[in-house]
Design a protein around this ligand. Structure first.
Ligand SMILES: NC(=O)c1ccc[n+]([C@@H]2O[C@H](COP(=O)([O-])OP(=O)(O)OC[C@H]3O[C@@H](n4cnc5c(N)ncnc54)[C@H](OP(=O)(O)O)[C@@H]3O)[C@@H](O)[C@H]2O)c1
Length: 330
């Protein structure tokens, strides 16, 4: 798939969990193992990697930089701006692992974020720079002009916004951004259990913007790897996910049960079926999937060989709509 002017693999590897720290409390892998995992993914055909400064406060970016050093031109790196732990300017976002993370949309801070990422990634340019949190309307002009400036300098090649679907009027944000700059991609949470952001697909199709999902496997919940213990992991990124809260995990289990016979029909796993359903939503959809195990990556790549029938897509749409109705927020 083409994002901006460069082509990347149809499946992008998410490296959030590889950053480690308490945001994924069952992560214990060593640096060398994770670098090898990123290289193994490349050998399997994955050329796109998504990272962010805050994924392990710099660790994910540093490991990625080391992993792709010998074939930089052949890979597609996306990282992010606006969340940093350099100082206390901007608005407080969260505290984790001894770091205080702040959200800052001003020009100087976004430029510094970019230079910090270039250094950690040990590269001269970033293929896609994503604004990690959706900027408030009154900051959009400054953000867009700063991204334009970074592009003109050749430090970034394409631009994305993330979590636009979290604000009350996403279309107004996107329309405003497009007044001041061009937008190659939005990165939004979307999966069979959380379908709301898919409402942005027609806008993306109309404006030639790639819609890249994150959380396509509900942070791993669709693998069946979810229980009450995880919901109690304070600070773990997944405990903030509504599907890990209260008894919602029972709905997840029920959805997995409904997906299983369809997955068996396609001779694939439930995660592969759920991702194939997502991919089928639009030609402008780019699949971003996180992993810490090579077996997960190998399995996920089977999505490329699955072609769901229109009938099965509709059956899955129905399961999705029903699950979205049953969700309890707490
Ligand atoms: N823009 C944002 O605000 C934002 C927010 C969150 C995430 N992201 C990005 O999106 C990426 C993906 O999101 P995510 O990591 O939160 O969640 P995800 O992709 O929904 O789930 C990742 C989890 O699914 C498991 N998994 C992957 N493939 C599997 C398979 N075929 N079978 C069974 N299990 C499988 C992995 O397990 P193992 O770990 O055991 O391999 C991993 O723990 C992140 O890494 C990050 O790059 C962006």
């Amino acid at each position: 798939m083409k994002i901006g002017n460069k082509t990347t693999s149809d499946i992008i590897l998410g490296t959030f969990a590889m950053g480690g720290g308490t945001s994924w409390q069952d992560t214990t892998a060593l640096d060398d193992e994770l670098i090898q995992l990123m290289r193994d993914a490349y050998d399997l055909g994955i050329t796109g990697y998504d990272t962010a400064p805050v994924y392990g406060t710099g660790r994910s970016e540093r490991l990625l930089g080391a992993a792709i050093k010998d074939h930089r031109e052949d890979v597609y790196i996306s990282t992010k701006v606006c969340l940093n732990w350099r100082n206390t300017e901007g608005s407080f976002e969260y505290a984790r692992d001894g770091y205080q993370v702040y959200r800052n949309f001003n020009r100087k801070s976004l430029i510094q974020d970019t230079y910090d990422s270039l250094k950690r990634l040990d590269t001269d340019y970033i293929d896609l720079m994503i604004v990690h949190r959706c900027p408030p309307i009154d900051c959009i002009k400054e953000v867009a002009e700063t991204m334009n400036e970074l592009k003109e300098k050749g430090l970034i090649k394409a631009v994305g916004l993330s979590n636009v679907g979290n604000v009350s009027d996403p279309i107004k944000v996107l329309d405003t951004y497009l007044q001041y700059g061009s937008l190659d991609l939005i990165q939004e949470k979307a999966n069979i259990l959380d379908r709301k952001n898919l409402d942005l697909l027609p806008y993306c199709e109309k404006h030639g913007i790639v819609f890249q999902n994150y959380g396509g496997l509900v942070s791993g919940a669709l693998s069946g790897n979810i229980n009450k213990e995880m919901a109690s992991w304070k600070g773990d990124n997944r405990s903030g996910n509504r599907w890990f809260k209260g008894d919602n995990y029972l709905i997840v289990k029920d959805v997995i049960d409904q997906l299983t016979p369809i997955a068996n029909h396609y001779d694939c796993s439930v995660p592969v079926l759920a991702l194939s359903w997502l991919k089928a939503q639009s030609p402008c959809l780019s699949l971003l999937v996180g992993a810490r195990r090579l077996s997960s990556i190998k399995d996920t790549l089977k999505v490329l060989d699955i072609h769901l029938s229109a009938e099965d897509i509709e059956a899955l749409n129905e399961i999705s709509r029903d699950a979205n109705k049953r969700i309890k927020e707490d």
